[in-house]
Design a protein around this ligand. Sequence first.
Ligand SMILES: C[S@@+](CC[C@H](N)C(=O)[O-])C[C@H]1O[C@@H](n2cnc3c(N)ncnc32)[C@H](O)[C@@H]1O
Length: 229
Amino acid sequence: MPLRSARSGKVSRDPVHHPLFARCYARISVRAETRMGMAGVRERLLAGLSGRVIEIGAGNGLNFAHYPGAVSEVVAIEPERVLRQLAVESALRSEVPVDVVPGAAEALPVKSEAFDAAVVSLVLCSVRDVPRALGEIRRVLRPGGEVRFFEHGRGGGRAMTLTQRALDRTLWPPLSGGCHVARDPVGALRDAGFELGPYRQVLMPEKGPRLPTSYCVLGTAWRPAPEEP
Ligand SMILES: C[S@@+](CC[C@H](N)C(=O)[O-])C[C@H]1O[C@@H](n2cnc3c(N)ncnc32)[C@H](O)[C@@H]1O
């Protein structure tokens, strides 16, 4: 759907258009690598991957430096123009080949069953249609292919979950590039037909005050392989 900028009146054909958020995220995310330990989380997220990988909503490409050498190719989908340009620059520095491609999770511009693994990090909170995005990820993974995920979602006690729901209905999505804090990424993966592998809860930041975005899950899910006859 074309989007008209309130400031310039120009029409953007990008499916995701959050230039202000994109610039803020580009700065904050780089700081979070060391200050919040995100570099270590990315390392754990991607450890052991091999073959062809599709990364959905790659942002400014901070995962690229953490792909193991056994990964033969990464196709990195990023709909937001500012972040995509930064991802292209990150891809040029990457040790594994990374192709940065415009597109949205809900309609991935790639062939079916073409990938050994898919990576989503801090993305399911922001996609417009989670079941459709996960259906697309299922389509492009080979049977038995894996999803690596690091996502934040619903968590904490009753006061926190009420706060998260209130934020999702009001300020949070417009201020943070369409992000939601009360989603349930693990439940969504299960509902989309993935088999859940090992996953664990992670608090971000690990120490200090709990924020509505603190309740994260890091793990693996699989596209079920067909049963042997
Ligand atoms: C919080 S950023 C995370 C970026 C990156 N994955 C990381 O780990 O730093 C959310 C990303 O999701 C992207 N995004 C939002 N809606 C999307 C959609 N429908 N399809 C694919 N990516 C989307 C945004 O453009 C942004 O790059």
